[in-house]
Design a protein around this ligand. Structure first.
Ligand code: AVJ
Length: 325
């Protein structure tokens, strides 16, 4: 279940998947690296700092919605469920849900075992009676949950608009995998960021203090640290653009001039103006969000938003698997 802790340090011992994704990502056109690699220790710290920025409305808005909605969620979901959180990270919003729902068990799932153990420890101090079963896994694929909660109906929790990192195709795959993992009778509480005016969106991903720029550039620093690379960090700038056709914020790292560098002994060149695409953050209007949920096998049962309609929280139930015909 829990893997032993491995120190990355500066000496390498990098995740082979990280190496493969970076080498393939720099070799392809257009260049792109999966956003999940932002979250080393420094990246996770910078993300926490982003969530406090005045321009970054999603975190505080979703928290306020959760405070208001969770008592209703508890009524709609009923007693005696196990809460299963996907990509739990620091579990910062979890206490709001746990206090309202008072579940039988809480299963935080994350790919980072280190983060999981830390946040589970903090939560068990706050909820001493609660059975906490941390689960280190990649939830993009259907997973077999701990046997201790096999017979209990599940309430999935996927806050933060993390689903926005995925293209609609991948988001549907993930929703279907969650439905398979959570089983019959499951419900899902999921946050999605809404489409809004372009200036608000761009500023949320290009803040005045440059914290998001540092978060984006840390990916290059991580590549240098862990993959023995020589990328000149000062030859790049952070870009955040709104792609209206695809309803998403894109983050890129743009080369300021022609450069040459190596990653793990392999030579790369980039021309000035060329970018590495590092993140997508898809936004969903009210109908878009409901169609996405239905496409992934989830029927919306309730939705909540803030007074300005910046962010939305959805409660959905797993579409039953119907026997043929
Ligand atoms: C954690 C994926 C929801 O897309 O808003 C914040 C990540 N990137 N600022 C988002 C992020 C830059 C965030 N998610």
């Amino acid at each position: 279940m829990l893997k032993p802790e491995i120190e990355d340090g500066d000496q390498g011992l990098a995740d082979p998947q990280f190496r493969a994704d970076v080498l393939a990502g720099f070799a392809q056109a257009p260049r792109a690296i999966p956003a999940r690699w932002f979250y080393d220790r420094r990246g996770s710290e910078l993300f926490e700092a982003i969530t406090d920025l005045p321009e970054y409305y999603p975190t505080r808005t979703e928290r306020a919605i959760l405070e208001q909605a969770c008592p209703e969620v508890a009524t709609l979901a009923g007693r005696g469920r196990a809460v299963v959180e996907f990509g739990s990270g620091s579990s910062a919003k979890t206490p709001i849900l746990l206090r309202a729902v008072a579940p039988d068990a809480y299963v935080p799932i994350d790919i980072s075992g280190e983060f999981l153990r830390e946040s589970s420890r903090a939560l068990s101090a706050q909820f001493p009676e609660l059975l906490i079963l941390p689960f280190e896994a990649d939830f993009m694929h259907p997973i077999t949950l701990p046997r201790a909660i096999a017979a209990v109906p599940k309430l999935g929790f996927f806050p933060g608009s993390t689903i926005g990192n995925l293209t609609p195709l991948m988001a549907v795959d993930l929703l279907r995998a969650m439905r398979a993992s959570l089983g019959q009778g499951a419900m899902l509480l999921i946050g999605m960021d809404r489409i809004k005016d372009e200036a608000t969106l761009v500023q949320a991903y290009d803040d005045a203090q440059g914290v998001t720029a540092a978060f984006n550039l840390n990916l290059l620093a991580r590549i240098n640290r862990e993959l023995d690379a020589t990328i000149p960090l000062d030859a790049f700038r952070h870009r955040a653009i709104w792609n209206d056709d695809r309803a998403r914020i894109e983050m890129h790292l743009e080369a300021l001039h022609d450069i040459a560098f190596t990653i793990d002994g392999r030579a790369f060149t980039m021309a000035g103006g060329e970018t590495v695409h590092t993140e997508n953050s898809h936004k969903y209007g009210p109908r878009d969000a409901r169609i996405l949920l239905r496409s992934g096998g989830w029927t919306p049962v309730a939705e909540w938003t803030d007074p300005d309609g910046l962010f939305a929280l959805y409660l959905a139930e797993a579409q039953p698997v119907r026997p043929a015909p």
